[in-house]
Design a protein around this ligand. Sequence first.
Ligand SMILES: [Zn+2]
Length: 468
Amino acid sequence: LKHIAFKILCILSLSVLPIFSPNIFAQSNKDSNIGEDIKVANQFVRSALTERKGYHLLKELTDIGPRLSGSENSLRAIMWAKKKMEEAGFDKVWLQPVMVPHWIRGNIEQTEIVKSKLFKNRKLSIATLGGSVGTGKNGITAEVLEVKNFDELKALGNKVKGKIIFMSRPLDPGIIETFRGYGEAVDQRVFGAVEAAKQGAIGVMIRSITTKYDNVPHTGVMIYNDTIPKIPAVALGYQDADFVSNALKRDPHLEVNIKLNCKTLPDSQSYNLIGELTGTEFPDQVIVVGGHSDSWDKGVGANDDGTGIIQSMEVLDLFKRLDIRPKRTIRCVFFINEENGSKGALKYGKYAKDAPEKTLAAIEADAGSGTPRGFSIDADSTTIAKFRSWLPILRKSSIDWVEKGGSGEDVGQIKNAIARIGYVPDPQRYFDYHHSDNDRFSIIHPREFELGSAAMAILVYMIDRQGL
Ligand SMILES: [Zn+2]
């Protein structure tokens, strides 16, 4: 629960960022090497855009398939990436053991209107929510009550008993910051089953939390409370959510059957994967760049977060390609289990706390593959001013702004870092794909993707040159 609440907070704090930073050219840059830095920045961009090495690696990664924590595929992907880091000639590559939750979707996820004069036998497009309990062989069958929020649910009182609750509030499309829109809708998915079960409901359906008007359902984590009955929970495709809403107006007593055979297995062995270029002058000053290697099991996690981990790996690879030996240690971390437990982040955070090294900065790439926009920085104002002075260089990768704000679920656990940073690409399409079958390699735009690798490489380069 803690990490989910934290995630929502992060998402909210990230979303209040202004889109443009005021007059960046007014910033003075005291570094006399600015010409040289701009030259290197341009080389990072050119190498990323012409060689597209990360883009090709992302294709290989996504060919492995989805990478839910605990699955064999997730381990296969980690071992594949370990080999790629070794082949790229990183100075050190190692695995950090982590125990992770192991939930499996099963092969039955069906929802159908089973009693209604008008809509009988209409099947609905659904995805089981991650962590849900199954339904038993015959499924659960009940009338459906639609609510927009938890206040409406509470107001229904005893009427909820024995019913399936349909939470239908959409991600508000009028909000330009899609991560904020998501943050405002996701309570239905995360806490819906607990809130409905408190009043005696036997199941929950939510409208998929998406910006796309299609019928592809979007999964994601949901949680239970051990003192409240655990009831099954599914997401409906957006169009089928509209369908059910309209059908209920014409036949309020229609009945729906939900059949799921998902289940939770015992925790399973997994790993954070870490690769580094060891610093030549200050090896115990560490700059982390990372994302999460796990994905949901719908789609293949090309955008969330295959993009972030491969871009992070490519940051180190760009240093190798340009033959730049970093003074400080640059480390890419593939955190495991961000989606449903954050066990990898907790493990690395503890490691960073106990290690004799110092983390200068930790950058998280987990906001998709759009064109670079900015860096959201959790640090003191002096440090942020320093980052901002690098804007003329960062702009070479189309970064527009550097602002104070949240970082990310994974690097947020590196509490002793001087700066925790979220890489922020354009967010308009992110939730079209998020946690659904839409999250495929084909939706990745190579130039936008590669500019993300270059943007983070430039930032890491500046931290390495100047320290913090
Ligand atoms: Zn993610």
